[in-house]
Write a protein that binds this ligand. Sequence first.
Ligand code: UT7
Length: 331
Amino acid sequence: MERKDKRKIKITGTGFYVPDKVLTNFDLEKMVNTSDEWIFTRTGIKERRIASKDQATSDLAIEASKLTLKDAGLKVKDIDLIITATSTPDTIFPSTACWIQKGLGADIIPAFDISAGCTGFLYGMILAESMILNGQHKRILLVGGEALTKVTNWKNRNTCILFGDAAGAAILEESHDDSGMLSYYWKADGNLGDLLYQPAGGTRIPASTQSLAQDLHCLQMKGNEVFKHAVKRMEEAALEVLERAGLKKEDIDFLIPHQANKRIIEAIGRRLRVPPEKVYSNIHKYGNVSVASIPICLHELSQEGKLKKGDIVLMDAFGAGFTWAAVTYRW
Ligand code: UT7
């Protein structure tokens, strides 16, 4: 929603971490029946990062959080809430946020996870807005992390070429100037949950030798179906969020779509009539890193010096659930 009182939250630091190990399309050619040419033309991906055997999601998120605190010029004691967005938690319980709290040596503050698929980072921003503007929290660490390659079926070429591991984070505080989040829009449709999901390991299909034998602990996706919904819902979210902020398509200085597929990113750009140079994409380097993709894009854009004060940024995401959301932000 657009806030009537015009108070806003802003991002005061960003950062990200990716594991060292690179898996290229050429490496994948040796694992499944695919080709660099197919992967690149259908997805825009060239390579992705893979967490090591002993790296869980929190390990990536802790590194991203440390870099983000440094970027904001803060110490860990300065934050009063940790929100983690992930679909690949270290453990089903406790939350990954609690493992991050431990790893960072944070104070005894609240920490919890949100599960909203690839839309999790934007869901986290929207949640953080109300917690900050209601006066409950001053400075929130929002960190999105995924170790999706741990739930990837490496025998399935439909999915194993797409995902990578990464974490990205932001510090969120109340804004005392013109910059900050202007409007948001968020939705979910649980009717379509089984088009993109991890069937086993929860309480619906608990772990068993049979579930393991059937690879049910791995991510499953009907890619083609997901693709169509993603384009439609991301366009819907972008148009709604512009209207709620009183902005037009032409006002967008940078579009940051969730990095699921280069063809989805380009389709959204075309539908919003944003020129390609204003549509940020780094999918060639990291693949689909789910919740980490938007904060990584933000950090790269700001580090590259491309974002100028006053620029209007539109962030737009779609993911498992299905969930979708968009945010307009004045830099
Ligand atoms: O992050 C959350 C949201 N996620 C997404 O939005 C992902 C959305 N989906 C996609 O990105 C795309 O649907 C994929 C990249 C997953 C697949 O691309 P597609 O253009 O939708 O391909 P398709 O599934 O329709 O498959 C076309 C053909 C099939 O062969 P036939 O049946 O036409 O003979 C597939 O078997 O491509 C084949 N194929 C492959 N060929 C070589 C599928 N995967 C591969 C592969 N290498 N890795």
